[in-house]
Design a protein around this ligand. Structure first.
Ligand code: SF4
Length: 381
């Protein structure tokens, strides 16, 4: 099968310790690191075999904490550059945690990494301590200043709503951002889950006034960085190209445990256990826990759910591949005030953005109901 433009995500599931709010697949036992990266190499070869002409447009190495296993990250990048056509690869991002040494940052830059994402989360040591981050604000500042020697494109990640967070924490976030002046900022709201034990959920309940804190922070961020996605802000020319491919529902390969991909309408997610991952790869199989070929309705729901996160939304002509003009009009009418048409695109209004989480879920549910009723006349597929 042919596959030209594609992005590649590599999951590095290792962290020296676990943060109390963490939802990502990562392990503190490093005994299988060597075997894991050997298996990753084999998975890359399986992809090459399946799509020999795949050309990588972006690479993103996340985790976990890639900077906890820098030699393996560099070795794997070397494999990726050797195995795939990366001649038009525009962006290579690696996530690092504060405390990452200047030598490691330099080695990433030498290996071709041109974008760094640093997880500060909060510029308040009391909060960092409480949620068991391994670094302090001063560790972050040191790593950030080292990073500036090697990288012209740096993102800082924040989470709002962490326990112990106060208005002062948000003021510290703002002054740290102004002082650092990165090209890109991501601001997420802490996710809490209903299935957590009472003890965990008490520890992780959203900070009091989390909504107000979020508003306060975002308002300041938007004065300098342009919001181009619900949680992402950048200077001109520094949107994250890799993540834009997710939001635009384009093709990407995910490699490593728990990594997901979207290739020619196929969605898949790899297994989460390192042991299972290695043994499936050793059998010469893709280590998938889930795989499905999207129906037109599933493609439409994904297109809406991901695309409406973007400030410039989704092209109407792309939606019309999967829904009729009548269905589109009915949907716009139903969500009047929350979505609107703008220059051939459907976008969330400011109010839609403010309530994006529930609005997006409601829209995809509604579209499903609409199509199951056959509402709106002929559906072009
Ligand atoms: S460093 Fe990141 S991936 Fe690792 S435990 Fe903390 S939040 Fe999770």
């Amino acid at each position: 099968m042919s596959l030209s433009e594609v992005s590649l995500y590599l999951h590095v599931p290792f962290c020296k310790s676990r943060c109390s709010y963490c939802d990502f697949v990562s392990y503190t036992d490093f005994s299988s690191v060597d075997d894991y990266f050997e298996a990753v190499y084999k998975e890359l070869l399986l992809w090459k075999q399946e799509y020999p002409y795949a050309r990588l447009s972006t690479i993103y190495i996340g985790g976990g904490t890639p900077s906890d296993v820098p030699n393996w990250v560099n070795k794997t990048l070397h494999h990726i550059f050797r195995i795939f056509d990366t001649s038009r690869c525009e962006e290579v991002t690696v996530e690092v945690n504060p405390g990452c040494s200047a030598e490691v940052l330099k080695s990433f830059s030498r290996m071709g990494v041109n974008r760094l994402s640093i997880g500060l989360q909060c510029a308040d040591d009391e909060v960092l301590n409480f949620v068991k981050r391994r670094h302090s604000v001063s560790d972050f500042l040191k790593t950030y200043s080292d990073a500036r020697r090697y990288f012209q494109n740096v993102n800082i990640d924040f989470i709002v709503g962490l326990p112990k967070e106060t208005e002062k924490s948000i003021e510290e976030n703002i002054s740290t951002l102004k002082r650092c002046d990165p090209e890109h900022v991501s601001v997420y709201m802490l996710e809490t889950h209903s299935n957590e034990t009472q003890e965990v959920s008490e520890k992780l309940s959203l900070a009091e006034d989390a909504d107000e804190h979020y508003e306060m922070f975002i308002t300041e961020v938007e004065k300098t960085w342009k919001r181009y996605e619900i949680s992402n802000f950048s200077k001109v020319g520094f949107k994250c190209i890799h993540n834009l491919r997710y939001w635009n529902n384009q093709q990407y390969i995910g490699v490593g445990v728990s990594a997901g991909g979207h290739i020619q309408k196929m969605r898949y997610v790899n297994c989460v256990s390192i042991k299972d991952y290695i043994s499936r790869i050793d059998e010469g199989k893709f280590p998938r826990a889930f795989q499905r070929l999207n129906s037109p309705l599933e493609e439409l729901k994904e297109r809406l759910f991901m695309g409406l996160r973007l400030e410039n939304g989704v092209k109407i002509e792309e939606l019309l591949e999967y829904m009729s003009q009548d269905e589109l009009e009915i949907m716009c009418k139903k969500f009047e005030g929350l979505v609107e048409k703008q220059k051939g695109r459907i976008v969330l209004t400011q109010k839609g953005f403010d309530f994006s989480k529930s609005v997006l879920l409601n829209i995809v549910d509604y579209v499903e109901t609409l199509q199951s009723m056959g509402g709106g006349g002929c559906v072009v597929r």
